[in-house]
Design a protein. Structure first.
Lengths: 341, 310
């Protein structure tokens, strides 16, 4: 088995809330990402879904080391990049890129589109001006921008076009891995599918691996191979698309999916409506962080944090409703012995 | 662009006109120049009458104002009551000194405030930031005349390196410029720090980092250039204010600038000099403002002069 392109182990990102007289005392910590582990295989698209504030975007940025992780490990292409300095990261940035959520805020308003797209090439050591220009024009055409548009400024473009610029910028260095941080949520629905289709075409062309962050279940379903569900800084369920949409295990995932509009009027629809608000990530509930809102809450949930375990094959979840890892191990041994006999 | 500048110049005419009204009538509320000019002793009524006649102060006010306006069109502000010299000439003789001091102060302020403000923002919450903020606060809190006197004591009296006062070549410009610049750099550094902090939080800074750009390049090329706009506005307005508002510094360093000219003239009720000086400063202020507005379109290509704001 080849190494996965990206492996994240127990990744944590806490934001200290400073206060006190000197402003250096840590009053509390916002646990934006709190012990997330997963892998992304080459060529696949892993979707990360969760409501706003659950730490999806923070996680994306921490993986790219745009934010320093608090603890945990990040392996990219088999290399541990967790503790690399910004300088050492530069050589990896060529291979791991990001498409940002807000196409209006993510482009420097004072640079021409050409400069925006070209700049990574300069930094990654393409010295020849002519070959840089050729590459910029090539990428621009791939994302559907004309040569004439390259001399304009970002504010002259619509949201969809600006996102195309963002995609071109991310692609220019021919990366292996792209984190798409809600790439279409700022766009009109009609433009969303255009951009998604573009991203899919580019995936084939560039042999890309995506980590696709979104709060939109329909978009995730359309676009991803495997899906991770996040709640309050933790991954609560991780599995392939079909198992998640047909057989969600975690109560949070179940309630999320029940909010999906059904396309057929006769289709049975049971809406699970959660009560209460998402608790503050600076003071998460004890035990399972979901227990105050959970419709299957048990006594154990209030005190013991459930482990993130493989309940079915390639289907991970962290919930006390499912047998604990010890039992699970026994089960799999039984299965194996059956096979042997 | 051309139409915009023309429109702004038209604006300027109105502004200057209203200022001329204000200056002309308000100084005439302050007392009789003839009485002041005689100073000590008791002048006879005839002597005062004769003086008023000579200075043209016996004419009705509207006639005096009309003559003043007429002269102004040709940049002729009349002659000083006291010395009899042409006011326009007096102003131009002093404009150089004022401009040198204002620019000197700005240059010193920028040399100090740019690095302090940028470093403060980049190392927010760290020691450098703490130092930078303390520095800004000190700069803002110092009375500038006190700082000027201290600098004179240290560098002129004790060390003897620089001239204490006067307007005589580059070396005499250093102390007043540094005094002015230090005070100004406090506010400027704060402004740069806060606008840098705002820009550094923008998403395109993350974009720049993800491009693999060296951090200092992110700060200068992507962040600082975008943070420059409020700074330029401030500097422009300051330049205008410095041209007329450095009276105290001019006093401390015996600097022959326009500010001192006007203050002396007010004390002596030297109407033409006051009027000419104030009008001149107002014109400079309006022009500097116009230049700042035009410069926006160079700094920020999104702003096309005349389209935004107007």
């Amino acid at each position: 088995m080849t190494t996965p392109l990206l492996e994240v182990k127990q990744l944590k990102k806490y934001f200290p809330q400073l206060g006190g007289v000197t402003g250096r005392k840590v009053l509390s910590e916002v646990k934006a990402v709190d012990g997330v582990s997963f892998t992304v295989n080459r060529g696949e698209t892993l979707g990360i879904v969760g409501e706003s504030g659950c730490g999806k975007s923070t996680m994306g940025r921490t993986i790219l080391k745009l934010l320093e992780p608090t603890s945990g490990e990040i392996f990219f292409d088999g290399n541990d990049i967790t503790n690399l300095s910004p300088k050492e990261m530069i050589k990896y940035r060529k291979d791991m890129q990001i498409i940002f959520q807000d196409p209006f805020a993510s482009l420097n308003p004072r640079m021409k589109v050409f400069q925006i797209i070209e700049e990574p090439l300069i930094n990654f050591g393409v010295k020849d001006k002519e070959s840089r220009k050729r590459r910029v024009i090539e990428v621009a055409e791939q994302v559907g921008l004309t040569q004439a548009q390259l001399n304009r400024l970002p504010h002259e473009f619509s949201g969809g076009q600006r996102q195309r610029i963002g995609i071109a910028r991310a692609l220019i260095s021919k990366p292996k891995f792209i984190i798409a941080d809600e790439p279409v949520s700022a766009l009109d629905v009609s433009i969303q599918s255009q951009v998604l289709n573009l991203m899919r075409d580019l995936q084939k062309e560039y042999d890309l691996t995506y980590l696709f962050i979104s709060h939109d279940l329909s978009v995730i379903k359309h676009f991803c191979d495997r899906i991770g569900v996040m709640y309050l800084g933790k991954m609560v369920e991780l599995t392939d698309k079909n198992s998640l949409y047909t057989n969600p295990l975690h109560p949070y995932a179940q309630s999320l999916l029940s909010s999906l509009p059904k396309s057929h009027p006769d289709e049975k629809k049971e809406r699970i409506v959660l009560t209460g608000d998402v608790p503050s990530p600076s003071n998460p509930p004890t035990g399972c962080t979901f227990h105050p809102r959970c419709f299957s809450c048990m006594e154990v949930c209030k005190n013991v944090e459930p482990a993130f375990i493989e309940v079915e094959k390639d289907h991970f979840t962290s919930c006390h409703l499912y047998p604990n890892s010890a039992e699970l191990q026994n089960k799999s041994i039984e299965k194996e012995s059956v096979v042997h006999v | 662009m051309f139409a915009y500048i023309l429109r702004r110049l038209l604006h300027m005419i109105f502004v200057i006109f209203f200022i001329s009204l204000l200056v002309f009538f308000s100084i005439r509320l302050t007392g009789d120049p003839a009485a002041v000019m005689f100073g000590a002793g008791e002048p006879t009524a005839e002597a005062i009458e004769a003086l008023n006649e000579r200075l043209g102060l016996n004419e009705p006010l509207y006639v005096q104002y009309g003559l003043f306006l007429k002269g102004m069109l040709m940049f002729d502000f009349g002659e000083s009551f006291r010395s009899g010299a042409s006011v326009a000439t007096m102003i131009f003789e002093r404009a150089g000194a004022t401009l040198a001091l204002a620019l000197g102060g700005l240059v010193v302020a920028m040399l100090i405030a740019f690095p302090v403000g940028i470093l403060s923002a980049v190392y927010r919450g760290k020691f450098i930031d703490f130092f930078g903020r303390i520095f800004s606060l000190i700069g803002i809190s110092f009375p500038n005349f006190w700082l000027g006197i201290m600098l004179i004591l240290i560098f002129s009296v004790t060390l003897g390196w620089l001239p204490a006062s006067g307007y005589d070549g580059f070396s005499s410009l250093i102390l007043p410029s540094v005094t002015l610049g230090l005070i100004l750099s406090g506010i400027l550094a704060r402004l740069i720090r806060s606008s840098m902090l705002e820009v550094l939080n923008q998403q395109y800074i993350s974009t720049a980092r993800s491009k693999g750009i060296k951090e200092w390049k992110v700060v200068i090329k992507h962040a600082f250039r975008n943070a420059l706009l409020p700074t330029v506005t401030f500097l422009g307005l300051q330049l205008g204010a410095l041209l007329g508002g450095t009276v105290i510094i001019e006093q401390v360093f015996a600097w022959p600038g326009i500010g001192r000219l006007i203050v002396d003239a007010i004390n002596q009720r030297d109407y033409p000099v006051i009027q000419g000086g104030v009008i001149f400063l107002a014109m400079i202020m309006v022009l500097v403002n116009l230049l700042v507005d035009i410069s926006y379109s160079f700094i920020d290509p999104r702003i096309k002069a005349g389209k935004a704001g107007g």
